[in-house]
Design a protein around this ligand. Structure first.
Ligand SMILES: Cc1ncc(COP(=O)(O)O)c(C=O)c1O
Length: 388
C-alpha cells in the first residue's frame, strides 16, 4: 500500500514549520548560538512552581471542568478587565486551553468552512496557515511592509475583502516582526471590521510584552466586541512554555461552539498547571514586570548594535523579536542564515520562514541573555565585513 496516498490532501498540503527546519539544521553544528526560538530564557516564577507542587500534593490531579476551573476563569476575566478594560463573563465567555495554540486551532476550525476566505498577514506566525489549510479555507495574504512598521492598514485590508471573506487573523505585538499597533491604529480598522462583519481572531499572546505604549486589546472597541475571538496564554508572559496553558475569550455563542471541540478532543487543560496559573495571576505582576524590563534592555542593545553594523532594523515595540533588512547583501534570507551558521555559528531565523513577504529579512529572538546576544553580535559584525 502507498501509505502517503492515504493521507488527506489537505494535510499533505501543509508544510513543516520553517523555523524548526532551520533550527534543526543549525543544531547539526557544534557550539552554535541559536537566536531562533521564541521561548523565554527565564524560568517560571517560583510562586507558580510552588502552587503547582502544592496542587499535586493535595491530589488536585483530576479532570477539571471542560472550560477550566471557574476560579481561574474568574481570575482571567478580572485580569483582562483590570489590564485592558474589556469585560468578559467567566461562566460563559472564557475557555482555558492547552496553550494559545489550541485556542488558535479551535477558533479556525469553528469558523472556517471549505472555501471561506481567511485574511492572514504576510509575514506572519506559522501556525495560522496550517490550521486554515486543514480546515479547507482559502488563504488571502495581507502584505505588511517595513515602511509602515509592519502594521495593518485599513485600506489594504478592505481591498482584500470579497463576498467570501469570513475571518481575519491578526497578532500584535507581532511575531515575527515585533510590530505593535496602538489604540488609534487599531481604531482605524474597526469600521472595516464592522462594515464587512468580519470575524477577527486576535492573537494577543505578547500583550504583556509591550514596551513603549499602552497595550490595547481589539475587543475593547465595543462596536466589534462580539466579532472578536481573543486568544492569549501564559507561555510568554509567565515564561511557561512547557506548561501548555492558554485561554480564549469571546461571546457565549461562539465560545460554546468552541467548547464542543475542546471537550471532545481535549477534555480539559492540565489541572495542576491551572492551579499554578491561578496563583500567578494573583501574585506575579512584579515577576512579569522584571522580565519585561530585561527584554526591553536587550531590545535596546540589539537594535542599536544591528543598525550600527549596517543591518537596518526598525524599533520593535513589543514581543521579543527584531526583524532586520538584509536586502543589500543580495542573498536570500536562507542563504544568509546558512552562511552565518556555517562561518560564525550564529543562527537567527530566515524571514522567508514566515511567508514570502519575510524574504530579505532575518528574525532574531532576544529571549536570550545579554551576554549571548553580545557574543552573537560580535560574530555577526565579523560576518558582515565582506559587504563593506
Ligand atoms: C504569535 C504566537 N501565537 C501563539 C504562539 C503559541 O503559544 P503557546 O505556547 O501559548 O501555544 C506563539 C509561540 O511562539 C506565537 O508566537
Amino acid at each position: 500500500m502507498n501509505l502517503e496516498s492515504k493521507v488527506s490532501d489537505r494535510i499533505k498540503s501543509i508544510k513543516p514549520s520553517g523555523i524548526r527546519k532551520f533550527s534543526d539544521y543549525a543544531k547539526t553544528f557544534d557550539h552554535v548560538i541559536s537566536l531562533g526560538v521564541g521561548e523565554p530564557d527565564f524560568t517560571t516564577p517560583p510562586k507558580i512552581c510552588e502552587a503547582a507542587i502544592k496542587a499535586i500534593q493535595e491530589g488536585k490531579t483530576h479532570y477539571t471542568a471542560n472550560r477550566g476551573l471557574l476560579e481561574l476563569r474568574e481570575e482571567i476575566c478580572q485580569y483582562y478587565n483590570r489590564k485592558y478594560h474589556v469585560s468578559y463573563d467567566a461562566a460563559t465567555e472564557c475557555l482555558v486551553t492547552v496553550g494559545s495554540s489550541e485556542g488558535i486551532d479551535l477558533a479556525i476550525r469553528t469558523f472556517v468552512d471549505p472555501g471561506d476566505e481567511v485574511i492572514l498577514t504576510n509575514p506572519g506566525y506559522v501556525a495560522y496557515e496550517s490550521a486554515v489549510k486543514a480546515a479547507g479555507g482559502q488563504m488571502v495574504k495581507l502584505p505588511l511592509n517595513e515602511e509602515h512598521e509592519f502594521k495593518i492598514e485599513a485600506d489594504v485590508l478592505e481591498s482584500l475583502i470579497t463576498p467570501k471573506t469570513k475571518v481575519l487573523i491578526m497578532n500584535y505585538p507581532n511575531n515575527p516582526t515585533g510590530a505593535f499597533m496602538n489604540k488609534e491604529e487599531l481604531a482605524a480598522l474597526v469600521p472595516v471590521i464592522q462594515k464587512h462583519d468580519l470575524i477577527v481572531i486576535s492573537d494577543e499572546i505578547y500583550s504583556e510584552l509591550s514596551y513603549d505604549e499602552e497595550y490595547t486589546s481589539l475587543a475593547s472597541f465595543d462596536e466589534i466586541r462580539d466579532q472578536v475571538i481573543t486568544i492569549n496564554g501564559f507561555s510568554k508572559s509567565f515564561a511557561m512554555t512547557g506548561w501548555r496553558l492558554g485561554y480564549v475569550l469571546t461571546n457565549p455563542v461562539f465560545l460554546s461552539e468552541m467548547v464542543k471541540i475542546h471537550q471532545l478532543g481535549i477534555i480539559c487543560a492540565n489541572s495542576f498547571a491551572q492551579y499554578a496559573v491561578l496563583e500567578g495571576l494573583k501574585s506575579c505582576d512584579q515577576d512579569v514586570a522584571k522580565m519585561r524590563e530585561e527584554y526591553k534592555q536587550r531590545r535596546d542593545y540589539l537594535v542599536k548594535a544591528l543598525n550600527d553594523m549596517g543591518l537596518q532594523t526598525f524599533m520593535p515595540k513589543g514581543a521579543f523579536y527584531t526583524f532586520s533588512n538584509i536586502k543589500f547583501t543580495h542573498m536570500t534570507s536562507e542563504e544568509f542564515c546558512v552562511a552565518l551558521v556555517k562561518e560564525q555559528r550564529v543562527a537567527p531565523t530566515p524571514g522567508s520562514a514566515f511567508g514570502e513577504a519575510g524574504e530579505g529579512y532575518i528574525r532574531i529572538s532576544y529571549a536570550y541573555s545579554l551576554a549571548q546576544l553580545q557574543e552573537a553580535m560580535g560574530k555577526l559584525r565579523q560576518f558582515l565585513k565582506r559587504f563593506q
